[in-house]
Design a protein around this ligand. Structure first.
Ligand SMILES: [Zn+2]
Length: 273
């Protein structure tokens, strides 16, 4: 039986913040982030990542020394996205990447400050690098647009963030790192992350609407509990439609084949071929 775990960023319903109106999914009305710097994003992400890395039972990490080819291929995909010229905080965040060895979990996520995690189960179910690039672009987009920090600020107010940023509340950053483990993105943030994926991939050799190809793939797989990327409304069909519309607006290529797709090699080394 397939196992789907709630991602570190799939969120408890108590914490869901959603400013989006039914027909206004693209206009997130978020309070601007004040007093919480980009380096604070990295500190928060690093603490969350440290918790994940220390929890080998829930997050068994693939060793980069024993699986160098897998990491090389994922770094290649990540770097194509980072070198797109469209990642706003390319040089502000570390964009560290880890693979989680769980072939039954179809998921990926990225903490604030750019700590990326990809499950072997996601790699297993996808067909090529382009689909994975579409998902990674989406997850990196959440961090680049500072969605989780925005959501926490809207939930807790600016005061908590200010106290953390000024060092006056040393325990609060740890508390927030814990809170992030149960946080869920709003639907307008999902749409924004989808569109970030299109923008990032537009400047790579991957089809720029590859996040949509992922949706179609994951829905066809019959996932009962959706991964983070599908965790909120609107439904996947509308998401694909919106992704394709964004690709049309941008005028980017949706049918190209990237050179040197090494996806079979990636699957083989991770044992999910
Ligand atoms: Zn998402």
């Amino acid at each position: 039986m397939k196992k789907y775990i709630i991602s570190a960023f799939a969120i408890s319903s108590l914490l869901v913040f959603n400013n989006c109106k039914k027909n206004d999914i693209k206009n997130c009305i978020d309070i601007p982030i004040v007093g919480f710097s980009l380096s604070d994003d990295v500190s928060l992400g690093a603490q969350t990542a440290a918790q994940i890395d220390a929890d080998a039972a829930q997050f068994p990490l693939v060793d980069s020394v024993s699986k160098p080819t897998a990491y090389r291929i994922l770094y290649k995909i990540r770097n194509k996205i980072l070198n797109s010229g469209k990642v706003k905080h390319k040089d502000d965040f570390p964009w560290r990447l880890r693979i989680i060895n769980d072939p039954n979990t179809q998921n990926a996520f990225c903490t604030p400050g750019g700590f990326i995690y990809v499950y072997t189960g996601l790699i297993k179910v996808l067909d090529n690098e382009s689909q994975l690039a579409g998902v990674m672009g989406h997850e990196m987009g959440h961090a680049d647009l500072r969605h989780s920090v925005t959501t926490i600020m809207n939930e807790n107010g600016v005061g908590l963030l200010l106290s953390i940023a000024t060092g006056g509340n040393p325990g609060a950053l740890t508390t927030m790192a814990n809170q992030l483990r149960g946080l869920k993105n709003s639907r307008c943030h999902e749409i924004q992350a989808d569109e970030s994926s299109v923008l990032y991939l537009a400047a790579t050799d991957y089809p720029c609407n590859s996040a949509g190809a992922f949706f179609e793939k994951i829905v066809a797989s019959g996932a009962q509990t959706p991964p983070e990327i599908l965790s909120t409304h609107p439904d996947p069909g509308n998401r694909v439609e919106n992704i394709n519309k964004k690709a049309g607006d941008v005028g980017c290529s949706t049918n190209r084949t990237p050179t040197n797709d090494e996806y079979t090699l990636l699957k083989r080394e991770l044992g999910v071929l």
